[in-house]
Ligand binder design. Structure first.
Ligand code: FES
Length: 122
């Protein structure tokens, strides 16, 4: 006899105090405009907008989304206004912010210095 999958509660819900504010800002995620409550983190805003994939891992390209919401796990990394590796759970939304998912490893923003080899004296 087939069994139906149990209904799952949403993984993320806003507190009433988070959505009571009438002030909103517009940002974009991967080019799509989103109107979100002002004064919340980018991670909360994206989750409230139904976005569940924030980045892909560099090796397996597995999807990732925020986990701790307090700056510990680094699963919420996105590119904000062209700057990669931003922890979206620690950054408040701002009008006109351009957020992009982070796909794989980021590019280094600078040329790596040549590290001189050290010779160990016996
Ligand atoms: S969700 Fe864990 S560091 Fe942002």
């Amino acid at each position: 006899m087939p069994t139906e999958a149990p209904l799952r509660a949403p993984l993320f819900q806003a507190l009433a105090s988070e959505t009571r504010s009438s002030r909103r800002v517009t940002l974009s995620f991967n080019g799509e405009p989103l109107s979100v409550p002002a004064g919340i983190s980018v991670a909360a805003a994206l989750l409230l907008s139904g976005i569940e994939r924030f980045r892909a891992t560099p090796v397996s390209e597995s999807p990732r989304a925020p986990y701790c919401m307090m700056g510990v796990c680094f699963e919420c990394l996105v590119t904000i206004d062209g700057v990669p590796n931003r922890q979206s759970c620690l950054i408040d939304v701002a009008e006109g912010m351009q957020v992009r998912s982070q796909e794989g490893a980021r590019d280094l923003p600078f040329d790596m210095p040549v590290v001189a080899t050290l010779e160990v004296q016996p």
